[in-house]
Design a protein around this ligand. Structure first.
Ligand code: F6R
Length: 614
């Protein structure tokens, strides 16, 4: 939700900042802007729309080529996504420029206060309030960092602010509360950004900032304090992926690249977690085994795609560990007075580690005395930092806004967690765990086979571009897979797409079936699953009413062939692991149909990768 970058060093700040924004564009792409500190003034350029529009403005109206600057790519919260509301925002004197990620909740009161002093506002944003407050403080003689300390004391809500002062060239000051910010440590240059992707081509050394900290960077210094000005602890770390991991590598879309990275990403997530001696070792679990054994209930909280991964985890955990497991949308959890406490383990699933709803939910759970375990893809992000334990997924950077490898690696981590708890609680024998692990470790090759044999689904996508509605059915773990398939299609193709539990069909949704309506059905493995025949009956029911059925079933399942208009064979795997395979054709379908419709697959309309506002 908004990408921000700041730079001080010997290079062209314009070049570094725009390059950083390019890698952060997944966080928001409603508008973009830069502010460059130049000879006692600020050169400000901004434009509605994607970064390319800002680049065109910069080409026509160049800025000074100095070494201090900040930039922003926006996902609008307050005010329409137009040129005026684009960041950076200037103070009345044009001396200070600021960019912001988050929501300043008391902006209306602050705006009224400043207007009463005669300050005119130009935008509808909450951010301009911060710029005007900083301007007022430096006008009264404060340095930029002193002004920042005063201003953060006046703001309520979530904010990461990055500011420059025309009178203090060579210096960028940033403050962080609730929205992400990392520092990049270079050689005679330093960076601040929402995400390491912004500076990874310049340095892989980073500094993780905590909550309520202010950082001041110059070309050769970085100082971090709390909001009161006391020295604050920070954690330096090395980023273990490089620039090529954040680039498209020959694919048309990041999303398509990320779909194809799944065999590796799932294998990497499993790697080293099951020892040759037959034990699961999850190093990042800092909750002792006795405590885990005494857990009476597990509550999984997540949003969007991560929520669907959580739904699959519920099936696995209850089945393997015999412990009650609920899954709840993070946005609902916190506001309904949930019953959690000492005997509850809360599992938060988040690719970004920054989702505001999930973060607030884990804070609430910890206040109630629950231990929190995060499943997360982003090292150094807030959710794992505020959790008692973490299982990192090793998907590498996920840039496409629609999650793909994020989802499958979350599934892999959820299975590992379920098996680990079964091991600790003694609800599965070692040889049973070994058999499941063997199947799980075989999944990456099977995903690869699905990717290699994807022509049928790609052709189908190109034939269905005229449809306005597509349904997805599944049962048991096939149900969350159906929901995720439908979500991908909504996000990317802007089509009406809905996932249903196949058993619910007769309770209402069957009324939607009309001749020609495409219906995807995820069929459980044959023979080993009693639900198989029930789902085959559901296929017949929709087909009898004219639906066009696209059936995803185990490769030697001959019982479905007669009822499938299109048959997508899935490699064999045990029932509970099937979503890892079933989702692959559904991801490819959504990516392909959106491409055929001419949509921007990596940056779908109205979305942002990391939802850091509630
Ligand atoms: C869908 C998608 C979103 C995210 C959701 C949670 O493709 O990407 O639904 O899954 O916003 O994000 P994280 O996992 O970062 O908490």
């Amino acid at each position: 939700m908004c990408g921000i970058v700041g730079y001080v060093g010997p290079r062209s700040a314009r070049e570094v900042v725009v390059g950083g924004l390019r890698r952060l564009e997944y966080r928001g792409y409603d508008s973009a802007g830069v502010a460059i500190v130049a000879d006692g003034r600020i050169d400000l350029r901004k434009s509605a729309g994607k970064l390319a529009n800002l680049e065109a403005v910069l080409a026509e109206h160049p800025v000074a080529e100095t070494g201090t600057g900040i930039g922003h790519t926006r996902w609008a919260t307050h005010g329409a996504p137009n040129d005026v509301n684009a960041h950076p925002h200037l103070s009345a004197s044009s001396r200070v420029a600021v960019v912001h990620n988050g929501i300043i909740e008391n902006f209306a009161a602050l705006r009224a206060e400043l207007q009463a002093e005669g300050i005119t506002f130009h935008s509808e944003t909450d951010t301009e309030v911060a710029g005007q407050l900083l301007g007022r403080e430096v006008g009264r003689g404060a340095t930029l960092i002193e002004a920042m300390r005063t201003v953060v004391g006046r703001l309520e809500g979530a904010f990461t602010l990055v500011a420059v002062d025309a009178q203090e060239p060579g210096r960028v000051v940033a403050a962080r509360r609730n929205s992400p910010l990392v520092v990049g440590l270079g050689d005679t240059e330093n960076f601040v950004a929402s995400d390491v992707a912004a500076f990874i081509e310049h340095t892989r050394e980073a500094l993780e900032l905590g909550q309520d900290q202010i950082v001041e960077i110059t070309a050769d210094s970085v100082s971090v304090t709390d909001f009161a000005g006391n020295d604050a602890p920070t954690r330096p770390y090395h980023v273990d992926w490089d620039l090529s991991a954040a680039e498209k590598g020959g694919y048309d879309w990041f999303m398509r690249k990320e779909i194809h990275e799944q065999p590796q990403a799932v294998a990497d997530t499993l790697l080293g977690r099951y020892t040759p001696a037959g034990a699961l070792k999850l190093d990042e679990i800092r909750i002792d085994e006795a405590e885990l054994r005494s857990i009476e209930k597990i509550v999984i909280i997540a949003a969007g795609t991560s929520f669907y991964a959580g739904m699959v985890a519920k099936y696995a955990i209850e089945h393997w560990c015999r412990v009650a497991c609920e899954v709840e949308l993070a946005s609902e959890f916190r506001y309904r007075d949930p019953i959690v406490g000492k005997g509850t383990l809360v599992v938060a699933i988040s690719q970004s580690g920054e989702t505001a709803d999930t973060l607030q939910a884990i804070r609430h759970a910890r206040e109630q005395g629950s231990k929190v375990l995060a499943i997360c893809n982003t090292n150094g992000s807030t959710i794992p930092r505020e959790s008692d334990a973490v299982i990192y997924t090793h998907a590498g950077p996920e840039i496409g806004v629609a999650s793909t490898k994020g989802f499958t690696t979350q599934l892999a981590a959820c299975y590992l967690l379920g098996l680990y708890l079964a091991q600790v609680k003694g609800t599965k024998f070692g040889d049973e765990i070994a058999a499941i692990m063997a199947d799980l470790e075989g999944v990456p090759d099977k995903i690869q086979r699905l990717l290699d044999d994807s022509q049928v689904i790609l052709d189908l996508a190109n034939r269905l571009t005229d449809r306005r509605s597509i349904l997805f059915l599944g049962r048991h773990v096939g149900y969350p897979a159906a929901l995720e398939g439908a979500l991908k299609l909504k996000e990317l193709a802007y089509l009406h797409a809905e996932g249903f539990a196949a058993g619910e069909l007769k309770h209402g949704p069957i009324a939607l079936i009309e001749p020609g309506l495409p219906v995807f059905v995820v069929v459980p493995p044959k023979g080993r699953d009693m639900l198989h025949d029930k789902v085959v009956s559901n296929i017949q029911e929709v087909r009898a009413r004219g639906a066009r059925t696209i059936v995803l079933a185990e490769e030697d399942d001959t019982s479905v062939a007669d009822y499938a208009d299109v048959l997508i064979p899935l490699p064999k795997v045990m029932t509970i692991l099937q979503p890892l395979l079933a989702i692959i054709p559904l991801q490819l379908f959504a990516c392909e149909i959106a491409t055929a419709l001419g949509h921007d697959v990596d940056q779908p309309r109205n979305l942002a990768k990391s939802v850091t506002v509630e």
